[in-house]
Design a binder for this molecule. Sequence first.
Ligand code: ZN
Length: 501
Amino acid sequence: MQDDLASLKARLREHNDLESAASLLRWDQATYMPSGGAGARGRQLATLERLAHDRIADPEIGQLLDKVDAALRRGDETPTTAALVRVARRDHERATRVPSAFVSEFANHRAETYELWTRARPENDFSRICPKLEKTVELSRTYASFFAPYEHVADPLIDDADPGMNASTVRALFAELRRELVPLVRAMTSVPPADDRCLFQTFAEEDQLAFGQMLAGRFGYDFVRGRQDKTHHPFMTKFSLGDVRITTRVRADDLSEALFSTLHEAGHAIYEQNIDVSFEASPLGQGASAGIHESQSRLWENLVGRSRPFWKAFYPSLQKLFPGQLGAVSLETFYRAINKVARSLIRTNADEVTYGLHVIMRFDFELDLLEGKLAVRDLPEAWRERFRADFGIVPETDSDGVLQDVHWYDGFVGGAFQGYALGNLMSAQFFEAAVMAHPDLPHEIESGRFDTLRGWLATNVHRHGRMYLPAELVEKATGKELGIAPYIAYLRTKYGELYPI
Ligand code: ZN
């Protein structure tokens, strides 16, 4: 058994190394690569990804998994080995179910669609990309069919990003959440919005970066095992436990852009940096799901980074850094500015209260499109109608409507969005449990200390990597099933103080 386990681990490590090399090429493409490198980089990535896919789909891995599994059944079981076998088998089987002809067909279709989208969005031309999106829906259904039987055609796509979740569980949670959010948003937007002009002055780029990095370091992001660079769309990426990088985007005329994207990406990175060292380079050594990952980024960005205790600790140093811009702006004004709630058209710019509605709407459309209940050509109109119902406003163009997010034009329709809203729910549930365990936590944050919070997260969430399914992890860490109550309670408490709700 030990020999089989060792060779299984060696093969999984090779797969991991190929994936990490591809991630490094992608990081470089998004940060420093000169534009002349684009053509060759696309080819290099395709080669590495094909090699990585072949490694994990290798029948030898299947045979080794069977042997190790049989030994485990005879009683050699440790929870970690059992989890390793379970997760590696999942990855192996998912890779073998999808024919390579389909992988190439979809990769080509995806590249063409993305290319067309980069022009269709600025030109506000949905009709041009409509046939491509119709094809994407069809290919998404085909992809799902490789994992039949299923209850709902979206289930395999959801399961890819958020293992163990499916259309009916997510739909039930989101229906409940929407019922709470729609009236909340209506009440909050019935009064004049907060004055956030203090955020839109001129702030030197290097000062913004230094301040964000200082905060990320205080949260516990380890710069010896990480670094921050600039990019167009901020992201976090990991090459190994010793090299977990974040990126940001800085705007001289908007203080919130680099600041909150840094706190957000640092949250993702702290998660990856705290995964159990023994899981390194194995399938267990990653975040558990899109939703759990997003819970960590949103927790540090919003529950900590947009809270009053946090800014009691750090606003004086921000004022000192930008005395001309913020010297005369009170903490209260700044706090209200960074927590301004407004109806807005664009998901990525939305505040934390309206954000969920943007996500739920997209999730519902994905189900309707995959079920065939909604035709792609009717999507723009359906978008406007739903927007009117949920937000009370209507986008004037498809560029600000159905064309705004890259996801459907650079991947499948299905499974792309639920993680963002699940992450919000989980972030509040984790935070609530951490405060329950350590009632002094808000006071620690108020004095600029985060060790207890980070320690609680590392022990209860981070270190487990992919050991548990997301739902199990939430229940294990918080003692409760995933639900909307902690998130709604959080919003009501925080915003009840700011708005007439
Ligand atoms: Zn994120």
